[in-house]
Design a protein around this ligand. Structure first.
Ligand SMILES: Nc1ncnc2c1ncn2[C@@H]1O[C@H](COP(=O)(O)OP(=O)(O)OP(=O)(O)O)[C@@H](O)[C@H]1O
Ligand SMILES: [Mg+2]
Length: 255
């Protein structure tokens, strides 16, 4: 069986010859179905670039990225739109909710774009809202919601169509610790109970400790990777901190 995601010897360069940044410098890894992978690394190490090329927002300089066996670096136009809409779910740091729509409507948009029949949409939204604890706030507009609630609406929108892969860039970045913990628990629930495959970029060891695997990148290369196995979250957290100290740089920056 194909892995959900196979990243094969990718490079991403920015700038011209005289002023070249190797944002990604020969990275390969794969993500299996139902994994929850965190990508960690210092600021500027290439995390967002990696997520952006996987999400097809940006193009690689060289190498291939296979989503369920299909090389998405070769896709263009309509086919690319279709992949983004159907196979990928996004959770961004700044939520990206539409301000003029209610929480319910924001989630419904994802369903309509994917041509889910109108009569099914309401049941689907109620079900996911129940699971993410946002049932009471569905009729509110984004400006009436807390950061944590907005992020959970964004998570509902990302997963309601059951994408192959959920990509999250610093999803807890704008949240306080209580809201962050709640979101992380819910992502873990989606992963374990709803069988969602998740790839999450974070510079924060606490968030990463919810994942089942952590890949560390440094200067655009994979530096190390650790698996949670049967470790309790706190034990895994301590292991992550250990790797961060090996990575060098400012550890406090990563906490
Ligand atoms: N559009 C761009 N043009 C030129 N250089 C860029 C561009 N985007 C990113 N870079 C460079 O590529 C490198 C990797 O950036 P990236 O945004 O992937 O880092 P990051 O790990 O996400 O950092 P952070 O934790 O601060 O978000 C950096 O050196 C950055 O300056
Ligand atoms: Mg980034």
């Amino acid at each position: 069986m194909n892995p959900i995601l196979k990243v094969d010897k990718i490079e991403k360069y920015y700038g011209s010859k005289s002023n070249l940044t190797k944002a990604i410098d020969n990275i390969s890894f794969q993500v299996e179905k139902e994994e929850f992978v965190a990508i960690m690394g210092a600021s500027g190490s290439g995390k967002t670039t990696l997520l952006n090329v996987i999400s097809t927002i940006d193009k690689v300089t060289s190498g291939n990225i296979y989503l369920n066996g299909e090389d998405i670096t070769k896709f263009k136009g309509k086919k690319l739109d279709e992949i983004r809409r159907k196979e990928l779910g996004f959770i961004f740091q700044d939520f990206n909710l539409l301000d003029t729509l209610t929480a319910y409507e924001n989630i419904a948009v994802a369903c309509s774009i994917n041509k889910i029949p109108a009569r099914q949409i309401q049941t689907m939204i109620e079900e996911i809202a129940q699971k993410l604890g946002i049932k009471e706030i569905l009729q509110k507009f984004p400006y009436q919601l807390s950061g944590g609630q907005k992020q959970r609406v964004a998570a509902a929108r990302a997963i309601i169509t059951k994408p192959l892969l959920i990509l999250a860039d610093e999803p807890t970045g704008a949240l306080d610790s209580k809201a962050a913990t709640m979101l992380l628990r819910q992502m873990k629930y989606l992963n374990e109970e709803e069988k969602a495959t998740i790839m999450m970029v974070t510079h924060d060891a606490f968030s990463a400790s919810y994942a089942s695997r952590v890949i560390f990148i440094k200067d655009g290369k994979i530096f190390h990777e650790i698996l949670r196995g049967d470790d309790k979250r706190k034990v895994f957290f301590d292991k992550i901190i250990n790797v961060i100290s090996l990575l060098g740089g400012d550890v406090s920056d990563a906490l």
